[in-house]
Design a protein around this ligand. Sequence first.
Ligand SMILES: NC(=O)c1ccc[n+]([C@@H]2O[C@H](COP(=O)([O-])OP(=O)(O)OC[C@H]3O[C@@H](n4cnc5c(N)ncnc54)[C@H](O)[C@@H]3O)[C@@H](O)[C@H]2O)c1
Length: 383
Amino acid sequence: MDKVRLGIIGMGNIGKYHADYILNRKITRCELVAVCDAITAPLERFKPLKIFTDGGQLIRSGDVDAVIIATPHFQHTTLGIAALRAGVHTLVEKPISSHKADAERLIAEHKLHPQVVFAGMFQLRTEPRYLKIQKLINEDLGQLVRVNWINTDWYRTEAYYASGGWRATWKGEGGGVLLNQCLHNLDTLQWLCGMPARVRGFCQLGRFHQIEVEDNVTAYLEWANGATGAFISSTGEAPGTNRFEIVGTRGRLVLENNRLAFTRNEMDMLQFSQSAKQGFVKPEVWNVDVPFNDAVLPHAVMVQNFVNAILDGEPLIAPGEHGIHSVELANAMLYSSLRGETVELPMDGSAWEMELNRLIAGSTLQKKVAKVAADDFAGSFRK
Ligand SMILES: NC(=O)c1ccc[n+]([C@@H]2O[C@H](COP(=O)([O-])OP(=O)(O)OC[C@H]3O[C@@H](n4cnc5c(N)ncnc54)[C@H](O)[C@@H]3O)[C@@H](O)[C@H]2O)c1
């Protein structure tokens, strides 16, 4: 094979976005040949591509070597399993599943077909600002001490929530801001700092919107080495903040307003504390403004990597298996909040699945769906 024949299942906001840059030849050695959506009317403009209404039919058609699954979250598991089983290379949108137990099912299917490429869409991993943070953590920051991410610039209006019947419902999505908007940040957090050992979440359900899931979250995190952190997110706060602060024994990194500042301790703070002769002194610091470029189309970088993995065996930026961690963090914060207790990680995925099924069964929300005015969807991930 020297070219990947690709299909996209789920042609809503992000499915169409992927289709547009692929059709604009931003990806080499890849041809978009088929698209699929449960509602076909908006797909007319994609002719002469093959058009399907059923994801399973597209997968089994023989027309595609690979698929991007861009449906609502619950179908990521069912369609992902169907694609892996059929030997079709699979790139699943985030979250890879709606909850940890489903993510385990998806990953277990991939174990049966290891020759099939299975990737997750975690495009923040391609962004130079996060790659610089990764390099600084690995090389300069010393031992991890504290991680604080105030991640409240995910503001969404009622019109957004009304734009899809599945949105912000237990049944359609399985969670709120944690599983949808800031899931990218949860992936980035654990990709950079590793998984915490325990989590205590405080989630407010429908605090700012007519929804049944969480739209306001404060969580405390603790790592095995004693490092601690806070993760705060919201879809109801304007103007909102995006401040990511990572403290190590060799200094502090702050990413805010698209600027990365490294305040570097000339001496490791623990060594300094042990060797200093005076009581109120601190290590000297260097203030470093860390330069980085803006990534060109992070989603396209991910899709090109997926294609290269299929054709050349290039290592994946985000193997599908990695996607379970962000799902687990999102689930654990919610589960902890609902139970009023700390959750140790790895958490029991089946316990949360049972709790989620109870929430689905007890749901009384009457969801109002309305068409939204034309919007700059791509603006939602340019921040
Ligand atoms: N990586 C990113 O930056 C990013 C951005 C936005 C959304 N997403 C993810 O992509 C997914 C879709 O989000 P969206 O905002 O595009 O939603 P959306 O509601 O705009 O689109 C979903 C589409 O899937 C279709 N659909 C539903 N069930 C289907 C099925 N069984 N088979 C085929 N089509 C089906 C719907 O008709 C709809 O057109 C979500 O999981 C979301 O988390 C990722």
